[in-house]
Write a protein that binds this ligand. Structure first.
Ligand SMILES: [Zn+2]
Ligand SMILES: [Zn+2]
Length: 458
């Protein structure tokens, strides 16, 4: 098979249905890292690259004074090369979240080379595996292996196993991706070091400053800023869209990563060109792509249906509310209450203060003296059916009163339940009770919130 044909066949076309389980079981990982085997276990090329920038950068900064023009240019160039990764490598090539015109593609491929994070093809292949096998051993930067591992360790060490299969045949066909792959070393030298040295030299005669600050130290910042997407964004913040995996949303991560910090959203909706969906959230990568569209250099910006995004949010909100609900005490379930005949009710009511309301028998002994309407109104109803009196006949009680009453249930009157359910039987606090689908009486019920109380009485 020629490489041309090999490139055209998606690499995941013929994988078995149980690929993940199968691979984890049959492919033995390398033995765990050991300090006494460090010489063999380290990826020395990456170690040298990742140590070069801080060491040379900080030594250089000690000897070379920082000029404000160079400082501003360094920040600008940090954004240029950072966007090469976030808007280019990540959102355009790894996720295909929009279409870019050729000039924009060449610009992003060049800017991305200036961030020295491998070629588009290599980077996207790992990133697609990260999304497909998040938090498993087939995820190259598996966050379960710790903060340091997902930030740097996975590059410093030789990988313990190959990342899970992820198809990049679309990228193999892309001429810009191929061009970048072919001239990658030359592009790195020009984009990461030559340009940031030449511009300050030509315009304000600061070649040394340009090299140290806009070249080397800027590169160090771009590295750790984008690495934070794999570490910090899987560790710090909230999970407003889903909590199945580690990705999280946090403003601080967004600040550090040119807007890639809304990572919980991103892992749920990876083909969306946005990471932040609210206008006030910090996502310069989104603003850049949007601007490129406005000037005609980008098109087909993908947005996940709003309705589905809101479903994810609602699910997480309901989950939180359910936790709150579970911390509260609730009335005894009618299934767990004894069923008592009218005669038995009469007998027992002679010995203790029992009141029947809506088919439930309540022991009101602890409440008689506290009754706001006076004890006499309760005493009058002992051994009787006070349903009408409670629900407006004498006084239309508050929802809080109804909730409290339900806490005093001690039995169910035999035959006292009406056909069907009504508001008199379900205390207001339980009408919108949140239940898991398997706690509901019908497995086909489409909603997890119910108002008819079937789950309580069924
Ligand atoms: Zn991630
Ligand atoms: Zn991604």
């Amino acid at each position: 098979m020629t490489s041309k044909v090999a490139n055209d066949v998606p690499s995941d076309l013929n994988i078995p249905d149980n690929y993940v389980e199968h691979t984890l079981k049959t492919q033995k990982p390398l033995p765990p890292f050991r300090w006494d085997n460090i010489i063999n276990d380290l990826n020395w090329l990456n170690v040298v690259i990742l140590c070069f920038t801080p060491v040379v950068g900080f030594i250089g900064a000690y000897f070379v004074k920082l000029r404000w023009e160079t400082f501003l240019f360094s920040i600008f160039y940090y954004y240029v090369t950072g966007l090469g990764i976030t808007a280019g490598y990540h959102r355009l090539w790894a996720h295909r979240s929009y279409n870019a015109s050729l000039p924009l593609q060449y610009f992003l491929a060049f800017a991305g080379a200036g961030a020295v994070e491998g070629s588009i093809k290599w980077w996207s292949r790992g990133h697609r595996a990260h999304h497909r096998y998040t938090d498993t051993d087939l995820d190259p930067y598996n966050a379960h292996k710790g903060f340091f591992y997902s930030h740097l360790g996975w590059m410093l060490l030789k990988p313990r196993r190959k990342p899970g299969v992820a198809d990049v045949s679309d990228l193999s066909k892309n001429p810009v991706v191929r061009w970048q792959h072919k001239y990658y070393i030359q592009l790195i030298l020009i984009a990461a070091f030559l340009i940031p040295t030449l511009i300050p030299w030509y315009f304000w005669n600061d070649a040394a400053g340009g090299y140290v600050y806009a070249g080397v130290l800027r590169l160090c910042f771009v590295h750790h800023s984008t690495f934070c997407v794999n570490s910090l964004a899987h560790w710090l913040g909230e999970t407003p869209f889903d909590d199945k995996h580690t990705p999280r949303d946090h403003f601080a991560t967004a600040l550090a990563t040119i807007g890639e910090g809304y990572h919980n959203f991103h892992h749920q909706f990876p083909m969306d060109y946005r990471n932040a969906i609210k206008w006030y959230q910090y996502d310069p990568t989104k603003w850049f792509i949007w601007t490129m569209q406005k000037v005609g250099l980008a098109s087909h910006l993908k947005v996940f249906p709003e309705n589905e995004v809101r479903k994810g949010q609602l699910t997480m909100e309901l989950k939180k509310l359910k936790e709150t609900q579970e911390k509260l005490a609730w009335p005894t379930n009618s299934d767990d209450l004894p069923v008592i005949s009218w005669e038995s009710y009469q007998e027992q009511a002679a010995k203790r203060p029992l009141v029947l309301i809506s088919g439930f028998i309540h022991d009101v002994s602890t409440f008689i003296d506290e009754h706001p309407g006076g004890p006499h109104l309760i005493v009058k109803m002992i051994g009787k059916d006070a349903t009408t009196a409670f629900f407006g006949g004498v006084y239309d009680h508050s929802n809080a009163a109804h909730n409290l009453l339900a806490m005093k249930r001690v039995g169910v009157l035999h035959g006292g339940m009406r056909q069907g359910l009504d508001d008199k039987m379900i205390p207001p606090s339980q009408r919108l009770k949140i239940a898991r689908y398997n706690e509901l009486s019908s497995p086909y019920n489409s909603s997890t919130a119910y108002s008819d109380g079937e789950g309580i009485l069924g």
